[in-house]
Design a binder for this molecule. Sequence first.
Ligand code: HEM
Length: 482
Amino acid sequence: VEQLVNHDDSQPPMVWYWIPFIGSMITFGIQPMTFMRKNRAKYGDYFTFLMFGKRMTVCLGVEGNSFVFNAKHSHVNAEDAYNHLTKPVFGAEVVYDVPNHVLMEQKKMGKIALTNENFKKYIPMIIEETNLYIKEHLTKDSDTIDIFKAVSELIIMTASRTLMGPEIRAQLFTGVAELYTTLDASFTPIHFLFEWLPLPSYYNCETAHNELNKIFGKIINDRRAQTDKKYDDMLNVFMTYVYKDGNKLTDLQVTNLMIAFLMAGQHTSSATTTWSLLNLSNNHDLIDQLYAQMKDVMGDDLPYPEFEDLNKMPMLQNIVKETLRTNPPIIQILRKVTKPIAIPKTNYIVPAENYLLSSPAVTQSESEYFIDPESYMPSRWETKSEFEKIDEDLGEATTDYGFGSMNSKSAKSPYLPFGAGRHRCIGEQFAHIQVQTILFTLIKHFDFTLDEKRGMPKPDYNSMVILPEAPCILKYTRRNKL
Ligand code: HEM
C-alpha cells in the first residue's frame, strides 16, 4: 500500500517489492540479466528498484546507455558511486578518490604508455611469459586444467611485465601476486552494499595495500637512483609526469595508480580470455578454423606473431569481440545522482541520491541489433554492422576528454563492453593485444575441449566482474612442443 500511495509519476516506475529496505536485492543479485529483461518488459526502459536501502534507477536500451554515459558531471558522477568500493583496493588520491578532472589526467598518463610503439615491444614479452607458464604448469601431453586459474596467473604476469616493468614482474615470485589476490577479494558487491560495515576483508585489504606500498616504494626509489636506464612502461610515465598545475605525482599516487590500473585489467581480461577459451571449446570447429587461419597467415611452423601479424588473423580479434558481446565482464555501470536529472525523451526526473545503472550487456544480447544473439558467432564481426558504421560517422562529433582517440565511439552504440564517455576504458587496445597474444600462444601449443560431465560453466553473478562459475575445467592436448 505504501508503494502505491508513494507512487510519483514524474519518476521512473518502482519495481514491486515485498520486503522493505531489502527490496529486490535477492532477485537482482541472483539473476541480474533476467531481472532487468523481465522488468523492462513490464515497466519499459527506465525503472527503479530498491536494494538494501539504495534506489537504483535502471536505464536500458541504446538511449538509456547514452543517458548514463553522457550525463552531465554536475548532476551525476562515478566517484560517489564507486569510491567506497574502490578506495580500500586502489588506495587514496587516485581514480575515484580525486576530483574528476584529476582522474581525466591520470587516465591520460595511462594512455601515454599504451601506444602502438609500446605494444610492439609488449607482444614478445607476453609470448615469453605465456611460454614460461606452459613450461612450468602444462607439462603433460594431455590433462585437465582449471583454465580460469591459469589465465588469471597469465594476465597478472603479462600485465606486470609489460606495464609495470621488470622489477615488479620479478617480485611476483616473492608474494606480490598473493597481495593482489587479497586486494581483489575486497572487490565484491557486498562491499558496495554494506558501505560502512567493518568487514574483515577490509582489514586484510588494508594490510595488503600497505605491504604493496612498501614494495613499490622501494622499486620507485631504486629507479630514481639509476640515471642510465630508460623504461617504456606505465611506471615510468607515472614517475615523470607533471600535472597541469605543475606538480609531480607523489610516490603514494604512483603506487596507487599502478595498483588501480593493474586491478582494472586483471579480472576483466582474465574473464575475457577464459570465456573465449570456453566458447571456443564449446564450439570446437572454431578452434580448428582458428588454428587453420594461424597456419595460413604465419606458415606451417607457426612462428610467434608480431604486432602487424595480429591484424592479419581477423579470427583472433573477432573471437575477443564476440566474447565481449556474449560474456561482457562488466554488466552494471553505476553512477550516483547528485542533482535531480531529467531523462531525455521521457517525463521522468531521477531524484538526487538515486543511483543510475546502465547495462550495455542487455543491448548486446538483443535481436534488434544482433542476428541470433544467443549464438556465439565470431564470424558476425567479419562485415561491419550498421551500428559500427554509425559509430564511425559519429566519432568526430564526440567530446575528447584528453586521453586520446578512445572516445571516438558513440554512447548510442548497442555494443559497449568498454563503456563510453568520460569514464570509457583506456585499456581496450592493450586488453585486445594481451588476450589475442595469449590465445595464439595457447592454441599454437594445445587443443582444448570442454569437460563433458561439467559442460559449459554458467556466469557467476557474485562478483563485480562476471566470471564463469568455479571450477572452470578444460581438457588440453598438446600439439606442438615448446
Ligand atoms: C573503465 C571494461 C581492461 C583500465 C572501464 C569501463 C568498462 C571497462 C566497462 C567503464 C566503467 C564505467 O563507466 O563505470 C574493461 C574490459 C576490459 C578492460 C571489458 C578487458 C577486457 C582494462 C585494462 C586497463 C583498464 C587492461 C588498464 C590497463 C580502465 C580505466 C578505466 C576503465 C583506467 C576508467 C575508469 C573511469 O574513468 O571511471 N573498463 N576494461 N581496463 N578501464 Fe577498463
